[in-house]
Design a protein around this ligand. Structure first.
Ligand SMILES: C[S@@+](CC[C@H](N)C(=O)[O-])C[C@H]1O[C@@H](n2cnc3c(N)ncnc32)[C@H](O)[C@@H]1O
Length: 220
């Protein structure tokens, strides 16, 4: 399998998967179908999905946010880890990408748990806040456009309860964040957010070198 975790040899990566990945068949099918998609690289790695499911179960999450759906891997893996009355509010701008996600949610029997908003995620998050949903979410996964990452983080921080967890994907951005020569917008946005989170006393923090880098921000 293509190695998505930075800095790990393919043989070791395959070993890691061979002794730890417990991917349900429906997620394997989604991954196989997405592998044919021209934007397949956007999908999260399976071991990251399994880790996210574990975190959802560890914190007893019921109400979650998925910011950036694509073909649905993160929303599906989280919804499968939620209890029967769990919910995912899913945000994406693409009806085309998410039509694949919808098909898999149906097939997996979790479509009723997922409320998809086709709109810029910032608008959806602002609507949730305006509707009084602050501190009602347990878990948020941020994986949409990198230019808005800080806005997604600030809104997620308002929407999750104290003790809730925010996960931010691609925080190592294929290593670009550590190269001062690279100054494009997406890299500088991610770099700025990483530096801000380092100092942010509203959260407990951990940045894991899993896949393309995953930050865990635990709201105090
Ligand atoms: C990296 S992909 C998400 C991958 C997904 N989490 C998964 O597990 O496969 C990023 C997604 O963000 C969506 N996106 C881009 N800009 C957006 C915006 N302003 N609001 C909401 N979604 C956006 C894209 O359409 C794309 O599907």
């Amino acid at each position: 399998m293509a190695n998505k975790t930075l800095g790990i040899e393919p043989s070791l990566y395959n070993y890691l998967l061979s002794v730890s990945l417990r991917e349900p068949e429906i997620l394997s099918q989604l991954r196989a179908e997405t592998a044919q998609h021209p934007m397949a690289v956007m999908q999260i790695a399976p071991e990251q999905g399994q880790f996210m499911a574990l975190l959802v179960q560890l914190i007893g999450a019921k109400k979650t946010l998925d910011i950036g759906v694509f073909t649905g891997y993160s929303s599906l893996v989280v919804s499968l880890a939620l209890p029967a009355d769990g919910r995912v509010v899913a945000c994406d701008v693409s009806a085309e990408f998410t039509s694949i996600a919808r098909r898999y949610w149906q097939k997996a029997g979790v479509a009723d748990k997922i409320d998809l908003h086709i709109a810029p995620a910032m608008e959806t998050l602002d609507q949730l806040l305006a509707a009084g949903a602050a501190e009602t979410f347990d878990f948020a996964f941020i994986d949409a456009d990198k230019s808005n990452y800080d806005g997604y983080y600030e809104r997620s921080l308002q929407l999750v309860r104290p003790g809730g967890l925010i996960l931010i994907d691609n925080v190592l951005w294929s290593g670009s964040v550590a190269d001062p020569q690279i100054q494009d917008n997406r890299t500088t946005n991610i770099r700025a957010l990483n530096e801000k989170l380092h100092q942010d006393q509203r959260i407990n923090l951990s940045l894991l070198p899993i896949a393309d880098g995953l930050t865990l921000a635990h709201k105090k």
